[in-house]
Design a protein around this ligand. Structure first.
Ligand SMILES: NC(=O)c1ccc[n+]([C@@H]2O[C@H](COP(=O)([O-])OP(=O)(O)OC[C@H]3O[C@@H](n4cnc5c(N)ncnc54)[C@H](O)[C@@H]3O)[C@@H](O)[C@H]2O)c1
Length: 360
């Protein structure tokens, strides 16, 4: 089978990770790169086609697919241009900067019939696939609740990279907690309602440094998620999986799933159960560690995108599904500001009704 021609739009921090993996992948050929910093990018990738504008890439290279790794505000309009050119897209998270823009992308992708995948790469971890299978098979009975922690310390240099990182929208809710929301939606099911509190008491920036969210799932289970970028701890999925060398491996679990018959920890996949009798707080709860190695989720994501493009797999996350993750995450931010409990179901219904649902 011929390799797929794929372009990369935006060659920044994550775009370069994708380029590296495309260049090493036997089933893809790099069709070219689009980035307004054309000369800088061309110097980094001698011999590759580098253009300043994604429209030139689409017209000149005519790729089968692209990865959109530009800043959030460019995702939707770039994706729409790709859809109109019949080019399949892997769009980095968040799918767009607003739900309205994401809804337009959903509509245009559907109209064009292109394949779409959102870059919530954690869905591709082996541990996640194993865990999802266990939860789906009722391994711990009926899911009662989930407790999630994402607590790391972002160094000063992180905030010096751009003033937007100190402003509303640049903090742990929209940058980091979105991954937890997406993973929980994938593992547990749709989030029906959210509540939240946020604090900036550690760093004193306009944006939050710490947030606590309450989630209610459609099936009735509840979750608490604490996310902070101003705490030193071993508890984050990045450290627990060791998915990238930038975040040193801790091997510690940061998710705990509680069911009517037992519990599961993630990502180190420890199963807790009470064999040989009905559940009771008077009986010992025993642990068993389940094997599931960490793999490079960005390579697994690329493998999956290849299968989706070739019609051999259904997308693990369409742009519509990515928009639901965005809806839930923005609602956490809103709930932290207003103190309200927000029912998400009317928002999902508006999305299903098309972008007009938001305008009206
Ligand atoms: N899935 C992940 O693990 C992950 C990790 C980091 C970032 N991201 C997402 O990837 C995207 C990029 O983040 P980053 O950290 O690489 O940012 P970055 O600032 O390092 O890089 C962005 C790049 O896009 C280029 N660019 C700007 N406007 C453009 C346009 N209109 N068309 C093409 N290129 C354009 C910039 O010149 C820059 O090279 C964001 O949406 C971010 O949320 C995902």
């Amino acid at each position: 089978m011929r390799p797929l021609e794929i372009g990369v739009i935006g060659a920044g921090m994550i775009g370069r990770k994708h380029i590296e993996r495309i260049l090493a992948h036997p089933d893809f050929e790099l069709a070219g790169i689009a980035d307004p910093e054309r000369d800088v990018v061309a110097a980094r990738y001698p011999g590759e086609r580098v253009v300043a504008d994604h429209r030139a890439l689409l017209a000149e290279a005519r790729p089968d697919a692209v990865i959109i790794a530009s800043p959030n505000r460019a995702h939707a309009e770039t994706g729409i241009d790709c859809a109109r050119s019949g080019v399949h897209i892997l769009v980095e998270k968040p799918v767009a900067d607003t739900v309205e823009a994401a809804a337009r992308l959903v509509e245009e992708s559907r109209r064009a019939g292109i394949k779409t995948l959102v870059g919530h790469h954690r869905r591709h971890h082996r541990q996640v696939q194993v865990l999802r299978g266990l939860l789906g098979a009722g391994e711990i009975g009926r899911l009662v609740g989930v407790s999630v922690v994402w607590a790391v310390y972002k160094p000063e240099a992180y905030f010096e990279a751009g003033p937007w990182r100190r402003e509303p929208g640049g903090g742990p809710i929209l940058i980091n907690l979105i991954h937890e929301i997406d993973l929980l939606r994938y593992l547990v099911g749709e989030i029906a309602a959210v509540g939240a509190m946020a604090s900036n008491s550690q760093r004193g920036f306009a944006v939050e440094d710490t947030a606590a969210a309450l989630l209610e799932f459609a099936e009735g289970a509840l979750a608490t998620v604490v996310a902070s970028d101003s705490a030193v701890s071993p508890w984050s999925v990045e450290q627990g999986t060791g998915e990238v060398p930038d975040f040193p491996f801790s091997g510690e679990s940061s998710y705990r799933f509680f069911g009517s018959l037992g519990a599961l920890e993630f990502p180190d996949l420890v199963r807790w159960s009470q064999p040989g009798g009905p559940p009771s707080w008077n009986r010992a709860v025993l642990a068993q560690r389940l094997p599931a190695p960490t793999l490079d989720p960005y390579v697994a994501q690329l493998d999956h995108f290849r299968d989706v493009i070739r019609g051999e797999a259904d997308s693990l996350q369409s742009v519509e599904d990515g928009t639901r993750t965005l809806i839930a995450t923005l609602a956490v931010s809103e709930a932290a500001g207003t103190g309200a409990r927000i029912d998400l179901r009317p928002r999902y219904e508006a999305l299903a009704a098309g972008s007009a649902g938001f305008a009206g």
